[in-house]
Design a protein around this ligand. Sequence first.
Ligand code: DGJ
Length: 756
Amino acid sequence: MTITAQGPQTGHAASIEFREKERQFHLGNSRVSYVMRVFENGALGHLYLGRALASGRSYRHLGPASFDGFSNRLGAPIPLECPTPGSGDFRIPALVVEHPDGSTVLDLRYGDHRILVGKPAIRGLPSTYVEADDEAATLEVDLRDAPSGTTVTLSYTIFRDLPVIARSMRVRNEGEKAIRAHVAMSASVDLPDADWQFVHLSGSWARERHIHARQLEPGRQSISSPRGSSGHQHNPFLLLRRATATEEHGEAIGFSLVYSGNFLVETEVEPYGTARVRLGVDPETFSWSIDPGAEFATPEAVVVYSEGGLDALSDAYHRLYRERLARGRWRDRDRPVLLNNWEGTYFDFTEDRLLAMASVARELGMELFVLDDGWFGQRDDDRSSLGDWFADRRKLPGGIDGLARKIEGIGLRFGLWIEPEMISERSDLFAAHPDWAIGIPGRPRSEGRQQLVLDMSRAEVRDHLFEVLSEVLAGAPISYVKWDMNRYITEPYSLSLPPERQGEFFHRYVLGVYDLYGRLTARFPDILFESCAGGGGRFDPGLLAFAPQGWTSDDTDAVERLKIQWGTSLAYPLSSMGAHVSAVPNHQVGRVTPLATRAAVAFFGVLGYELDPTALPAEERRDVAEQVAFYKRHRALLQRGRFVRLLGPFDGDGNRTAWMVVSRDATQAIVAAYQVLNRPAQGIERVRPRGLDPAISYQVSGWPAGEEVDTGESSAIRGGDDLMATGLLLGAAGRDGAPQRDFQAWLFVLEAVPEG
Ligand code: DGJ
C-alpha cells in the first residue's frame, strides 16, 4: 500500500509505501528516503536514511538477514527505531520505562500502523505543520510490550518538497498500574557507519551558537541543557557531516529538537563502527509518571538529510522553520525596523527622553519603538518589581497607554518588553504569592540576576499572568512584545506536584510556557512577538512556533555578530534573527567598528537599532536614514530570501566572512563581505557568489550608493556566469583605490537587467 502526497503545481510527491511481504516501510520524496522493516521478532528495525531510493523495491538486504531477538548475539549493533535497555541492546536507549514491579525491560513488537495524508499536531507542544494535506504524509507505527501493556506510537512525517523527516513518540499505558518513563526520546537513528563529524552550536551569554566540530569517536558524545531553558551554552541542534562535505557538496544530516527546555542530543559509536543518534528531553532531569489509560507525548525532532552540502541542509531548515513552524499573521509579513531603548537608556529614562528618541527614530525612517526593561513597578535597576506589570507613573505619567499613543502620534508603532516567567523578591506579587516562586521548602532559593522564577507548571500562575498581561496588552496600542527570560532555573520543585511527580517539573514548566505563549498569541494575533532570554539563551525551534523572531544575542558588536549569525544560520532563517546596530564603543566588547559595517552585518537578519539616536551626530543620522531606507527597499529579500554562506568566520584565521541572500528566482541578490583586521599586502581578493542564474545579466552596485565595484565604477553590468566564476572584488588598495581598514564591510547589490 502506498500513500502519496503530491503537489498540484510542482508534481513533487512524498510517498509512504508499505510492502506487506517484508513488512517494509519506505518514506520517500525526490531528495530523501527513510526505510524501516519489522524484523522477525516484531521489533521495528531501521534500514536506511539517505539520498532518495526507488520505491517498489525491497531494501531488506540493508539490515540483518533476520532478527529474532538478542538471545544469541548479545551486543550486536542491530539497527532499531526504538531501542530499549536490558535485553541485549547495550547502546543508548530511546525509551526507558519503569514498570510497577520496578523492572525496566520492554519487548516492543509491531502491532499496527496507519498511513495518513498531512500531519497531525502534537498536543500541548509546538511542531511543524502543513497548510494543505498534500504537503506531507505521516506514518504512525504502534509497538506493544505485551507483558506490561505499554504501547508506543512512533510518528514519522515526510514533507513533499523538503528532505525532511519529522519524528516524535507517544507512550501509552494500557496496563493497570502507573508506569514511569525515565527516558523518552523524540528520535533515535542508527547509522551504518561513524565516519561523521559532530558539529554543534555552543557558547555562552554574548557568544552564542559558535560552531564546534569534532570527529565521532567510539563511545558517547553529547550536548545538553539542565538549565530549564535550551540555554546559551548549547543549542538543541546537531549536524553530522562527512569530513569532505562543504557548503556546496557532500553528505550532511541535521537533527533539531522543537523544544525550549532541558534537552539531550547524543551520539554513540560502538566497536562495530556504527553510530546511534538520539535526541529529546534531557533524561537526567526528567521522569514522567503515566497513569493507566494516559499517554506521554515527546517533542518533535526534525531530521534533514542533504547530499548537497550544508547549504542545502540549512535551506531546508530555513524554509521549514520560516514557513511551517512559525505561524500567525506575522509569519510572512515584512518585519518592522525598530528602535529599542535598552542600550540607549538602560533603566534611566523619562517619558520625555523616550519621546525625543522616538521622534528622531521616526525622522530616520524607523517604524517601531520598543520600550525595554524598567517601565513597571518601581524598577530603577534589576533588583525589584518583576511580576508587577503596571506602569511606573514616576517615569511614565500617562502610563503605557499614554506613552504608546504619543509614540503612535509621532508615526511609529509601539512595542513593549515583558519578562512574564520571573518574580523579584521585592515586588507586590511576591508579597502576595511567595509560594509561586520556584523553590524547595526548607532550602534557600538561589537568585540569578537578583530574581526568582515563577512556577509555570501551575495553572493558577499562568492564569494570573494571562490576565494581567492581557490587561497590559489590551490597554494600549501595542504592536510588538519582546518576551525575555533572564535566568536559569535552580532548586527545581513544584509545590503543586506530589513527590513521585517532581521529576516532571522541568517539562511541565516548558509546557506551561507554551501554554501561556499560545494563549497570549491567540488573544493578540496582531502583535508581533520576539523571544529573548538574556540575549539568545532560548533561541530554539520551540519558541519559533510562537514568536517568529528571537533576539539572537545581547552582543551587538559587528565582529562578534559575524560568528553568532553565521552559526545560527546553520539551522535558523534570517527572518528569525533580531539584529541591531548599536553605539560604539560597543557595550559588550568595547570595540569601535564603522557604522556602515555594523549595519552591513545587521542587514542579514531583522534590522533594528539599539542606541540613543538623539546622540548621533548629523552625519551619522544621515547614514542611518540611508541604511533604514536601503533595508526597507530590500527587506523582502533580506528577511525571506535564500541565505548562502560563502566564506566562514570559523574557517582559516577567520579574518574574512562573506555571505549573501538571493531571491528564489535568482533575479536579485545582495552579497556582503567583511574583514576583521586589515593586513598589509593582502593582494586582490574576490568573493564568488553562488545561486545566481548564469544566463542573467546583473546590474552590480556597491553599497552605500556610489561605493565602487570592481570595474572601478559605482555600478556595472555583469553576467551571472562571470560573477559566479570570477567573483566580486573586495576593493584592494592600489587596484581601484578603495581604502581598506579594520572592520571593513563590502556590500554588493545584484539586480537582473531586464532583457531586450
Ligand atoms: C536581556 C535582554 O537580552 C536585553 O536585550 C534586555 O532586554 C535586558 N534583558 C533587559 O533586562
